[in-house]
Design a protein around this ligand. Structure first.
Ligand SMILES: [Zn+2]
Length: 242
């Protein structure tokens, strides 16, 4: 999946989690901030790619970080695209929150600023990194920080699932390689798994899925603003039960 698709799917995942009640954010500013963080976290696993969007975000520091992460995590689509990687992302955000509660806000601000800034960048929002800094500081005054580890986990999980829908797939059990008894397109000898419904990254099918998810985000926004009377999943459920 491409960066924009990852961010859109991560934002849609976060909103769907809220609509389904698995998370429960009623305050709109908090929902906006956490959705942007989830959208940015939707690109976080590709921090293992030296020429990816994240590597080019704050050069040359981001390129050094990308190379370091890539060497620790075994290369592209390995450690950062695994269950272990998800646990590390969550723990990093959780640890940042704990430090913040002890009066050390730097890591939490950096993490929310990075994730939010990536989302603003990929959505081509005006303001650039100034917007990211404002977003990061805003989280201190909102009820958003408690949700950050979950927003980051949701975004990174959406990314990995998105990549699993492409031909190249992922190895969820990295650093282990679990080989199938009989290799197939779904589970290869290399241990990589895929349900390649989207084909190659950047395909027409990926664009179609991204468009549908964009419509979902749009409908959710209209419902949040009170312009639509029903939230999209609720509306879809009502339509299906007719
Ligand atoms: Zn990826």
């Amino acid at each position: 999946m491409m960066g924009y698709s990852h961010s859109v799917s991560a934002a849609a995942t976060w909103l769907a989690l809220n609509e389904s009640g698995l998370i429960h954010i009623q305050d709109t500013p908090t929902l906006i901030v956490t959705t942007l963080v989830a959208a940015g976290a939707g690109m976080l696993p590709d921090i293992d790619h030296h020429s990816g969007t994240i590597a080019h975000s704050i050069p040359p520091v981001s390129q050094w970080v990308a190379r370091l992460v890539s060497s620790i995590s075994g290369g592209h689509r390995k450690g950062t695209h695994s269950l272990l990687g998800l646990a590390v992302f969550w723990y990093l955000a959780y640890g940042a929150n704990q430090l913040l509660y002890q009066g050390i806000p730097l890591l939490a601000l950096a993490l929310t600023g990075l994730a939010g800034g990536l989302a603003l960048r990929v959505f081509k929002a005006p303001g650039g990194w100034l917007g990211a800094i404002s977003l990061s500081v805003a989280t201190l005054y909102l009820d958003a920080l408690a949700y950050m580890p979950w927003a980051i986990l949701a975004g990174a999980t959406a990314h990995i699932l998105g990549d699993a829908l492409t031909v190249r797939g992922i190895n969820p059990f990295w650093p282990l390689t679990v080989k199938p008894a009989v290799a197939s397109m779904l589970w290869r000898k290399s241990g990589y798994m895929a349900l390649p419904l989207l084909g190659e990254a950047g395909s027409g099918r990926e664009n179609l899925l991204t468009s549908i998810l964009t419509l979902y985000i749009g409908a959710y926004t209209l419902a949040e603003l009170g312009i639509l009377s029903t939230y999209p999943l609720e509306g879809a459920r009502a339509l299906l039960s007719i």
